[in-house]
Design a protein around this ligand. Structure first.
Ligand SMILES: [Zn+2]
Length: 351
């Protein structure tokens, strides 16, 4: 079968090639790939900055934002042939640490977790893939191709859960949220903000393209410029750029008692206007909390699938701005001005 593979740590080693059928050790459920979404992590792996091949192999099948249809449900009987499924990405570490033992592998303490398409397990960019039944999330059939948005939705589902848990340590009635960055993660964070019943604002550099209209269609406010210029003090900031300056400005801008949830990571850039001592002042005197969020456990996958099922299909469809066949993978990786989410499509969604 065809698969998109890469030699981790070797820039530009990505290629479409023939590989053996998926190994039974990856699970009893056999799935036909429909589509796989691309994100910044895939780009980092292709550029050689990140990623690990399975033990004893030199190449990694890429892809962690999956969508497929069950070909063989395996012996367990939970899934049926034809079900639309998305594969959970992370697997608990083998020790396991207390968090992995409790099913909260997103909070892994020893870093020995593995991840499909990223860290030591093959991903989903192959014509067929296998998965353990307990790691296959069945999704609402009516989502169709939009099920490919589930994995990024799990990331923001966890972020929202963490932010609300931290905020609720005291009496808290949040009204406003600012989301920084209007990429797929930011837009999905904004969608969940609306589902939480909050007044949602989104900040991004883009002054044209699909982002402003996507935000306004949600009933949210769209802002360009800096966090300092949004004109209100958000109760919550969901930071989705990873930009040091935006992070620093967010810590300053969030209301006293508010929470900044970080979903992106930066590159150690110099920032203007917030120093270590100021951070303590903001956190201590104004009870502000900064909480970092990575990955998702099964609870978040379930909640994300519920959130997507509730969302307006026509709005979600506007997030998938480009589909490319696997043979055009290189083109899929090239950023175009109108891109929000680009997917590699392996087969049609219809049964
Ligand atoms: Zn662990």
């Amino acid at each position: 079968m065809k698969a998109i593979t890469v030699e981790p740590s070797k820039p530009d080693s990505v290629r479409l090639e023939d590989v053996p059928e998926p190994d039974a050790c990856n699970g009893s459920v056999l799935v036909e790939a429909i589509a796989v979404g691309l994100c910044g992590t895939d780009l980092e792996i292709v550029q050689g900055h990140y990623g690990w091949a399975p033990s004893g192999e030199s190449r990694l099948i890429l892809g962690h934002e999956s969508l497929g249809r069950v070909l063989e449900p395996g012996p367990r009987g939970v899934l049926k042939t034809g079900d639309l499924v998305v594969g959970i990405v992370r697997r608990p570490d083998p020790v396991p640490c207390p968090n992995c033992a409790a099913g909260e592998w997103d909070m892994c303490q020893n870093g020995r977790y593995t991840e499909r398409g990223i860290k030591e397990i093959h991903g989903f960019m192959s014509e067929r893939w296998r998965i353990e039944p307990e790691y296959a999330m069945k999704i609402d059939e009516s989502l169709g191709l939009l099920g490919v948005l589930l994995e990024p939705t799990t990331v923001v589902t966890k972020a929202w859960e963490q932010v609300m848990a931290v905020g609720n340590r005291a009496f808290w009635e949040p009204c406003t949220v600012l989301v920084t960055g209007a990429g797929p993660i930011g837009l999905l964070a904004a969608l969940l903000g609306k589902q939480h019943g909050l007044e949602v604002h989104v900040l991004d550099r883009a002054q044209s393209g699909p982002k402003p209209d996507l935000v306004r269609s949600l009933g949210a406010g769209y802002h360009t410029g800096s966090v300092r210029e949004v004109g209100f003090e958000p109760d919550i900031i969901i930071e989705c750029t990873g930009d040091g300056q935006v992070v620093a400005d967010s810590i300053r801008a969030v209301k006293a008692g508010g929470v900044v949830g970080l979903t992106g990571v930066g590159g150690g850039e110099e920032i203007d206007g917030l120093f270590g001592g100021d951070l303590a002042t903001e956190a201590v005197l104004s009870n502000k909390v900064i909480v970092g969020c990575v990955n998702a456990n099964k609870r978040h996958w379930y909640k994300a699938s519920q959130a997507l099922a509730r969302a307006d299909r026509s709005w979600l469809a506007r997030l998938v701005t480009r589909r490319e066949g696997p043979e055009h993978f290189a083109r899929a990786l090239e950023k175009e001005a109108t891109d929000v989410k680009v997917v590699v499509q392996f087969s049609d969604v219809c049964d």
